[in-house]
Every structure is written in C-alpha cells, then in structure tokens.
Design a protein around this ligand. Structure first.
Ligand code: MLT
Ligand code: MN
Ligand code: ZN
Length: 306
C-alpha cells in the first residue's frame, strides 16, 4: 500500500499564523533547523491510481496542488484521484478541507455516527455541503473492530476502526464526555501482502485494541502532538494539559515514545505534531533522542510503502 503524508502538523500548522513560540518564531526567522508543515491529513492507495483521503485539513487545496499523485488524469477536463474520504473525528483540522472539495462533490465520506452527528449539528459541514451537487454521500463506520470496511477506491485494502481514548472538539456535545466513536484510529491491511498500517493521530491512552494493533503493524503513524503534557500551559497558551485535549505527550513514562518502544514495528512515525513540540527543531535534544530510538517524524510529502 502507498501512503502519502499530506500534512504532518496538528491544528494551526507549523508555523501557526499568530504564534511566536520558539519553534514558530525560529522557523520564520530561519534560526532553527526545521521544516514547515501543513495540517493533519494523509492519503492511502493500493494501486497508486485511486486514493482514499484520510482526514481533510484546512490546507487541503495546497496539499492537493503540491502532490502530483492526486492530480486528475490528463485526458479529463475536471476530476480527481480522490475516490473517497474517511474521517477519524470531527475536529476542525480534520474536516474543514471538505469545504475545499465542494467543486468535486458528490464524494463518498466514511465516519462514525457520532462524528456524523457533530458534522450535522454543532458543526454542520455536511449540511452546508448539501448545496453542492447534493453534497457528501455519507457512509457510517461501525465502531466494532470486527466490522471491516472498504472505502470506495480502496479495493485491496481492508479498513478496521480502532476506538481511541481521546477527546471531542470544543463545539461537540461530547466534549469531555466522549463515547466510543468520537475518535477512531484505523488499522489498514493490504490484502495481498498482509502488511498493516496503523494510523492514530489523536490518542490519550492506549487501550487493549491499540496495543493489539501496534503488535501487528508494519507501520504506525501515531499522535505526536505535544512533547510534554504541560507544554501549552508552560507557554501560557492554554490552561489545559495535553491529556485534557485528548493527546498523550510524546515524552515521559506515559508517553508515545515509551509506548512505541514496547513494540517491534518496522516504521514508527509521529504525526499530528503541534507547532510547540520541541521535536520539530532538528537541532534539539528531543529530536535526537527520538531518532536514536528509531522513531521518525512525519513531514509533508513523506511517502511510505507499507
Ligand atoms: C486537537 O487535535 O486537539 C485539535 O486539532 C486542536 C485544534 O483544533 O486546534
Ligand atoms: Mn487535531
Ligand atoms: Zn508556535
């Protein structure tokens, strides 16, 4: 299976437009060794022709325009290689790119019933988009891990939902009170090779299924939002811990590195990286420590063969 990282940053991107943290300022002023990153989205394909977009970021237009793999066939006047869309939650950074797709609707979109509820009530993107060629054609993802699904255009790949402990967005009626389905990860298996990709951009705590899938995976794309749980508080940007927002820190005893170190996975990659995260500075100790432990940092345009 082919995996394309369209955007590796968390909400806000890197640098974030109004942020002057050492990373954002350092990148703008050319004073740190770091790469800009757009907001969270990936695409997967089994044949390299038809792609499934997983999460649609506010930077989607720029992401599509800079990735030739997603450009339409030269013989048609308009079109796309994006055959369908899968959403892992109802966050702004994972859904507002749907607005960018309006000229190309209808398109199939797959999400859980509670994500569909958010996107038709408190953040009614699906409702708004009905005015463009009927809008998105919604398909419900059953949260049962044993109910696999194959999104349109993904023949040869099997998707399984992995319920994640995280949080729902601030506008959701499930904020701080989540139910299974507000956040899912995806286990994606290549039917031919049996190889497994595990994508989990927002995870606060690893449950049994997360651990099981990590044990089976050839490649894990995992929540790399914050280096430290207190990071946003320390910067004076928020009163919330990372875990309050639904993200485990990368560092520390209960962090992503410690979790990933428990498993023998060929490629361990952090994704959904917040602009404040120290690993973004490639001259920093956290970056070197990450690399020494065999963990990679996703970047825009990164291609993975799983
Ligand atoms: C998150 O992952 O917690 C959100 O994307 C944060 C945000 O939307 O800024
Ligand atoms: Mn996010
Ligand atoms: Zn910043």
């Amino acid at each position: 299976m082919h995996v394309l990282i369209l955007g590796a940053a968390a909400g806000g991107g890197f640098p974030q437009w109004n942020c002057h943290c050492p990373n954002c300022k350092g990148l703008r002023e050319g004073k740190i060794n770091a790469q800009a990153r757009t907001q969270s989205s990936i695409a997967v394909s089994s044949d390299g022709e038809n792609w499934v977009l997983i999460n649609a970021s506010p930077d989607l237009r720029e992401q599509i325009n800079s990735r030739p793999q997603l450009w339409p066939d030269a013989s048609i006047s308009r079109g796309t290689r994006i055959a369908s869309i899968v959403l892992t939650d109802s966050q702004i950074d994972h859904t507002t790119g749907l607005l960018t797709l309006r000229e190309g609707l209808p398109l199939p979109v797959y999400c859980t019933d509670v994500v569909q509820e958010d996107l038709t009530t408190s953040f009614p993107l699906f409702t708004v988009l009905k005015h463009w060629h009927g809008g998105l054609v919604q398909h419900t993802i059953d949260i049962d891990f044993h109910q696999p699904f194959v999104p349109e255009g993904a023949q040869g790949l099997t998707f399984q939902p992995v319920v994640l402990e995280s949080n729902a967005p601030p506008y959701s009626s499930y904020r701080d009170n989540i139910v299974p389905g507000n956040n899912i990860g995806l286990k994606i298996t290549d039917d031919q090779t049996g190889n497994v990709l595990f994508y989990a951009p927002g995870c606060m705590q690893a449950n049994k299924t997360v651990r099981q899938v990590m044990g089976e995976a050839h490649c894990v794309l995992f929540d790399g939002t914050l280096w430290a749980n207190e990071e946003m508080i320390d910067h004076g940007f928020s009163t919330k811990l990372g875990t309050d927002m639904g993200h485990m820190p990368v560092n520390g005893e209960n962090g992503a590195i410690a979790l990933l170190n428990e498993f023998n996975v060929e490629r361990k990659v952090l994704i959904h990286i917040n602009n404040t995260n120290r690993v973004l500075d490639e001259g920093s100790q956290p970056y070197h420590s990450l690399r020494e432990q065999g963990i990679e940092l996703a970047y825009d345009g990164m291609e993975l063969e799983v």
